[in-house]
Design a protein around this ligand. Sequence first.
Ligand SMILES: *Cc1c(COP(=O)(O)O)cnc(C)c1O
Length: 345
Amino acid sequence: MNIQDLIRPNIKGLKPYSSARDEFKGVPKDMVFLDANENPFENGVNRYPDPQQRTVKSLLAEIKGISQEQILLGNGSDEVLDIIFRAFCEPNQDNIITLPPTYGMYSVLANINAIGIKTVRLDENFQPKVEAILNIADANSKVLFLCSPNNPTGNSFNSKAIERLVKEFKGIVVIDEAYIDFSNEESWINRLQDFSNLIVTQTLSKAYGMAGIRLGICYASKEITSVFNRIKPPYNVNELTQQRAIVQLEKNKETQQQVLQILKERDVLVDKLKEVDFVSEIYPTDANFVLAKVDDATKRYNQLIEKGIVVRNRTTQPGCENCLRFTVGTKTENDRLIKVLRELK
Ligand SMILES: *Cc1c(COP(=O)(O)O)cnc(C)c1O
C-alpha cells in the first residue's frame, strides 16, 4: 500500500516547523542558550521542553523493543488520535470506520474534524465482523479504528480477524492498545514492519499509572511518524510531563508489579461479582475493568453513587444494555464495592 496516497495533499507539502530548541538538545551542558527568549534564571521549567522528547522515547523504545524514530508522543491519546485524523482525513469528504460498542473519542474527533463515521457493530461476542467492515468501506474510508482490548467490553479482538483487516482494508488501521499491558496478547507493535498501514496507539494513563500527566503514544513506520512530526505542535509534551514520565518509566519493574496486583484483584472481583444476585452476566476481560450486566443499570448506578461509589453506566451503548463497567481498584476499594453491592435492595 502506498501511504503517500493516503496523506492529505496539504499535509504532504508541509515542512516541519523548526523550533529554537530543536537543533541543540542533548549537546554538552556548558552551552549558552540565547536563542529562545527564555528567562535565564533556572527554576527547572524556565527552558522550553525537548520538542522530540528524546529521553522519554529512549526509555519507551527500550521497554517496548522498538526504534525511537517509530514513536510519536502527544498530550494524551486524544492528541495522538487527532493528529491521525489531520494527517489522513479530508474534512467534509473522508470517513472513518468504528466498531461500537467502543471508545467514544474516535467519533468525537471525527465530528470535530468534520469527518464521516461508518459503524459496524461488534458481533454477539464483541468481535469484529470482518466481511461487513470490508464491505462498508468505500474509497473515502481512510481510517479503521480497532480497540483491543476493547473499551468498554474488555475483550481482545481475535488476532486472525485483526490481521485480515490490516491486510485487506485499503486505508490506515489504528489498533488502540490502551489496555495491552493488562493482556497476555502480543502487542501489534511487533508487526509494524509487516504492515505499512498499521498504527498502534498506547498510553501512560492506564497500566503505567500516569493519567494525570497526559502522555499518549503512537507507534508506526518512520514514514508515518515523520508525517506526524510535521503536524504536531512543537512543544506538545510539556517539561513537567516529560520529567515525570522519565522518573516513572525508570521504575518499570514497580509498574509491572502493580499490573500483576491489579490482575489478581480483578480475578477476585469477578468471582465476587458472580455472587451478587442482580448481576446476570460478566463479560471476559483482558483489561483493568469488568463489564457486567445487571437487572437495571441506571437504578444500580444511582444506588452506588448514593453509597459514594462511582462506576460507569454503559447502558446506552449498543450491545451493552443494563451494563455497568467496574474499574479494578485497590483491594480495600473493591471490598467496599462488593460489600455495598451485596447490601443493595
Ligand atoms: C483510556 C483510554 C485511552 C487513553 O486516553 P489518554 O488520552 O491517553 O488518557 C485511549 N484509548 C482507550 C480505548 C481508552 O480507554
